[in-house]
Each structure stands twice: as C-alpha cells, then as structure tokens.
Design a binder for this molecule. Structure first.
Ligand code: ZN
Length: 403
C-alpha cells in the first residue's frame, strides 16, 4: 500500500456519518481526533508542531523563525455534512508523504518546509467557509468570528475555550504568516476536467489558475397566508409561484451567461402543508469565470430584487508560479506541462493568495467529478501521482529560486 493510501486508511473510520460519508465538523470529537492524528504523524517524522492564534496546526521541518520564510503545503481535515474521504485529507496526507519522499531522495532543504492543516475550511459548523485561514490572515475580525453560533446555539468562542484555545490571543497571527514564503495546496479535483482528458492530453494532476468569483444572494417573495382548502385559486397571493419563476429565471440566465447558479436553500413561512405561504425566502449561489457572467444571473428575476449576502472576488493565482509548477508536474504521456485550470470551489489557498502570499494549487483527478458527497473519489494510482507531483513541486521550491 502506498504512503498516501495508508494514511487515508488510518483516518477512514474517524467521523463516519450514519447516513453515509463523513461528519467531521470543526472542534467536534472527530475533528479533535484528526488533530491528534496530525500531531502524531508530525511527531513520527520529527516535525515540530505549532498551533497558531487561529487554531490552525503547523508541522515544521526546520526552523521557520531562524531560517524562514519557508515553503508550506497542506490543506484541511474537516468535512461538509456527508462529505467524502478525499476533500481536505488528501492534501494533508500527501504533504506527509511528500516529506517522506524528499527525505528518501536525500533532499536537504535550504529552507524550512511546513505542513498546515487549516481549521474549519468547510464552514459546516459555524456557517463561514475558510474560517481558520480567514482568522489567521485577519480577513475577518476575531470578535465577529468568536460570536458565531452553531446549530445548537453554542458560540464559537465557547467551543474554542472548551478546546483549550486562548481566546485573548485568538485571531490574526503575524508570526505565523511571516513563516510562509510560498503555499501550495494539493486538493482532489471537484469536477471532471481531468477525468475527461484522454490520449496524449491525459493528466492525473492539474495546476490551478484561478478561483472563480462567487456570490450569494437572497430573494424575499411576499404573499398572503390563507387556507389551502377554502381559498379559490384566483384569490390567492402565493409566493411559491414566484419562487418557481425565480428558479427558472436563474437557470435560464446562468445557461446563457455561461455561469453556474443554484437555488438550494429555501425558507417558507408558515411552512405548513395546508397553508398558502405568506413568505418564501430563497438563496441563490452563483459563480462563473468572469464577474460579469455572475452578475448576469441576478440581472432579471421577474421584477424581484435580490439582496447580496456575500461577494468573493476572483482569486488569480500567481501565473508565473502556476506555469513553472505546471512544467515541473508535466503530463505523463506527452511530457507537456500539466493543465492549468480554474475552479468554482473556494479554498484556503484563495484566502492566502488574497492576503498576498505567493500561492499555488494542485488538483488530483476525480473520476466521478463529484464533490461534497461520498461519491467523490481518486484512484490509488492518481493519489500516488499527486504525491509525486507535490514532491517535485516542493523540491523545486526548496532548491530553486522560490518566491
Ligand atoms: Zn476542501
């Protein structure tokens, strides 16, 4: 069994959800178990483990304070509800295996190498994705984060305090940031781009170019509550019909703009089977390679005005770094550079890039193209190819003229 398959197998039973997939939410028992696993794997390799002010774990080969900034790789260990086995853990496990491979090849790094496991990347518990990387970079103020509540009403601050985190120090950590010279996150691909490449184009690993701009909007549709059995159809003010129109409009606009748009969360009042709704509230998630295409989705929703709840601009990863790493990774058959592709999914790497850290991402082929479901997958051979690619990339950054 390869190193990376073995490490994933070690954690395969942690946080299994009864309905399938995983429930590894930040600071819950499975997450704490994974943090222990991270510390143990680091210790087994003689790496120094540091927890930053935002609760993210770092394992260092070498001393980043004396000889840094260092080269950093890693990802996250938490999951969405019903998440798969690869989204997150593949990047952390591959990082440990890449260190093993560098050592087996006798590489003596001229600068420190770090592995990071970012806390709460998925935002499944407190509703804010990339919470750990936003906190360490100061992208969101600590005070706002500590007041977030989970579905049980527990505040993030209370949860952290219960886990022994020092709340007085919680938040942006300039010392931790100063240790990062360059960050490379390896992640399972969340689509079918690589799976669809065939012949000499074939590639098990790609390099990221951008993370698409992304927004979330809310639409409030008002009506009049009344009895489902006694109100004639002609006398109804039923906002559910407006919702049907909005869903169709969003889909049509996304199709013509070349965007991805989704209506997947709806709140209905009073939410009774036999009551005409008084209000329907729906949320729209829209993403596209260009901001204009995202905005086009919201432009004409049959007279309804969407309220913007969040906007995340595009992340453009350093194009020179991406091109260099694509050449280092290569394609197995042709020897051409690895594909350089954009993605619609958010990542800690995007938060770091926005904070000014030279950042790159590697994607490992996912034959199902599925993500945030137990159906996500990566073949053993492709996981190994990911480790080989990451090892080459790290060697290049450690020994070459790295940013
Ligand atoms: Zn992920």
């Amino acid at each position: 069994m390869s190193c990376v398959t073995g490490l994933l197998k070690d954690v395969a039973d942690v946080g299994r959800a009864t309905a399938g997939g995983y429930a590894r939410f930040a600071w819950t028992t499975p997450d704490l178990e994974l943090r222990e696993w991270f510390a143990a794997e680091a210790a087994a390799r003689g790496l120094d483990v540091v927890v930053d002010r935002a609760g993210n774990q770092w394992a260092w080969w070498g001393d980043p304070d004396a000889d840094g900034p260092g080269v950093v790789t890693g990802s996250h260990l938490d999951s969405v509800p019903g998440g798969g086995a690869f989204d997150g853990p593949l990047g952390v496990a591959s990082a440990f295996c890449a260190i093993d491979a560098l050592r087996a090849h006798g590489v003596q790094p001229s600068r420190p190498l770090g592995i990071v496991s970012f806390s709460d990347e998925e935002g499944a518990r407190f509703g804010l994705a990339c919470l750990g990387s936003r906190a360490v970079t100061g992208t969101v103020a600590a005070g706002r984060l500590l007041g977030l509540r989970d579905d049980d009403g527990e505040t993030f601050g209370d949860v952290l305090a219960g886990a022994g985190v020092d709340l007085a120090r919680y938040g942006r950590d300039d010392e931790a940031l100063a240790r990062i010279g360059v960050f490379v996150e390896l992640h399972v691909e969340q689509g079918r781009y690589l799976a669809d490449l065939t012949g000499t184009d074939e590639a098990p690993v790609a390099v990221a170019s951008t993370i698409w701009p992304h927004g979330r909007w809310r639409v409030d549709l008002h009506g009049e509550a009344n009895h489902a059995g006694t109100t004639p159809l002609a006398h109804r003010h039923d906002p559910m019909l407006d919702l049907a129109g909005v869903v169709q409009d969003v889909r049509a606009a996304a199709t013509s703009a070349g965007a991805l748009a989704t209506v997947a969360k709806v709140a209905v009042e009073p939410n009774g089977v036999n009551a005409i709704p008084s209000r329907v509230r729906a949320w729209i998630d829209a993403r596209a390679p260009q901001e204009g295409a995202v905005r086009a989705v919201l432009a004409d929703l049959a007279g309804h005005t969407p309220v913007e709840e969040s906007w995340t601009p595009a992340t453009v990863f350093d194009p020179e770094l991406a091109a260099r790493l694509a050449a280092v990774v290569g394609r197995p058959r042709s020897g051409d550079p690895a594909p350089v592709v954009g993605t619609g999914a958010g990542h800690d790497a995007g938060i770091l890039a926005a904070a000014g850290v030279p950042t790159a991402m590697l994607f490992v082929r996912n034959p199902t193209g599925a993500s945030h479901t137990p159906a996500e997958h990566a073949e053993d051979a492709d996981c190994e190819a990911g480790v080989v690619a990451l090892t080459r990339v790290l060697a290049d950054l450690l020994l070459g003229e790295a940013p």
